[in-house]
Each structure stands twice: as C-alpha cells, then as structure tokens.
Design a binder for this molecule. Structure first.
Ligand code: ZN
Length: 211
C-alpha cells in the first residue's frame, strides 16, 4: 500500500469516522511493505504485510472473466488527477493495461491479478464487506459481482467523490446515492449524486437524525 493512501484510510468498524495510526517497519520508496495500523477509537489493529493492507479475510468467490481495459477506462470516466480509482476482484485483471491508459493511482481490493513488483501508483488491500476509506477519497470505482453487496456498495459510494462513476454488474439493483448514466447486459455505470454526499454529512453529524 502506498503511503499516500494512509490519509484516506478509516477504521472499518461501526463507529464514528476515525483515521488509523500507522507504525511503519519496512518501506520501499512510497510503498509501505510492513506496517501495523491501529484505531485510536476502538483499538482494532490491522496489518500491512508484503505491501498489502489486510483488513479482513475476503469472502470466497471469484470471477475470471478479464475486463476490456479500453471499455473500463471509458466507463470509469477518469482521465487524470491525484485521486485513485478502485478496482475490485476481477477488474484488477485489467489494472496494468488501465494504468497505461489513465495515469491515476489505483486501489486494488481483493485482487485477482498479481501486481507487477514496484507497479507505480498501486495500493492493495484485503477487505470483507466494506472498504475502509473516507468520504470522497476515490475518483471512481469498479465493483465486480463478487463484491456487489449492499454494504460494500454503500461504503464505495461514500468513498467516491461527487460526480465520480461507480460501475457494477447489470443484475445489481441501483443503490441510493447514485444516478444511472448507462447500462448494457454486463454492467451499469452511475454517478455519485450531490444528494448522497449531503446525506452522508448529515449522518456524520447527527447519526439519529436521518433515516
Ligand atoms: Zn475502530
């Protein structure tokens, strides 16, 4: 995981948003190879080993259909910038090729691809049912069938910036907080709406005020 992503990490436990405190044991340039992450609110501890941040053991299941990188780049709708795009599961199989098309950092969640050693701009993490990222820390996200659960999508929608795109399998119901832009037999692509961000802010300030 890249050191740059530390600021975007939040404890995935259900409590008020909290940054994680990092104790770094081994780094290679911008890449944290071995570190411990701890939450000052609930004292949960997570580890970075071999460069991969391990928040939880992923659920079983994989889909080996390789995505088309050109199509993925078009659907993500990102051309440059410093915010990363999130690729989960099978979408990581197109990660290398995507990096050649759009020069933005990537966050791989439960990757099915093996990262090239020293791949620039790449952070990898293992998670179970949500991504441990703060509000508006991602430019866009591609969520594959293995990861398109309501809880995971809700955490992804929180993390994608307003107007950023979320891609999910066509059979996944469109969650709140997104406006559909296009769909075909394989996927839909939708953008995070202003309303969603507003609700998130309200929830953060007054947890009981919004249903
Ligand atoms: Zn915590």
């Amino acid at each position: 995981m890249l050191r740059d992503l530390l600021d975007a990490l939040r404890c995935p436990m259900p409590h008020e948003e909290s940054w994680l405190v990092a104790m770094v044991y081994e780094a290679e340039g911008p890449l944290l190879r071995r570190a411990d992450l701890s939450c000052p609110v609930c004292a949960a501890e997570y580890i970075i080993r071999d460069g991969i941040a391990r928040f939880a053991e992923p659920l079983a299941g994989r889909d080996d259909r390789a995505p088309d990188p050109m199509r993925l780049a078009a659907l993500l709708g990102v051309t440059d910038g410093h915010l990363p795009v999130l690729l989960s599961g099978r979408y990581t199989l197109a990660g290398d090729a995507l990096g050649a098309l759009i020069p933005v950092p990537q966050v791989w969640v439960n990757a099915q691809a093996v990262a090239r050693p020293g791949a620039p701009g790449l952070s990898e993490m293992l998670v179970r049912d949500r991504v441990p990222l703060g509000v508006a820390t991602l430019a866009a996200a591609a969520v594959d069938a293995t990861h398109a659960t309501p809880a995971m999508l809700a955490s992804v929608i929180r993390a994608v910036q307003q107007g950023g795109h979320v891609i999910a399998p066509a059979e996944t119901p469109l969650p709140d907080g997104l406006k559909e832009l296009a769909r075909d037999g394989e996927e839909w692509v939708a953008e995070v709406t202003a309303r969603a961000s507003g609700l998130i802010e309200l929830r953060r300030r007054a947890p009981d005020a919004v249903g």
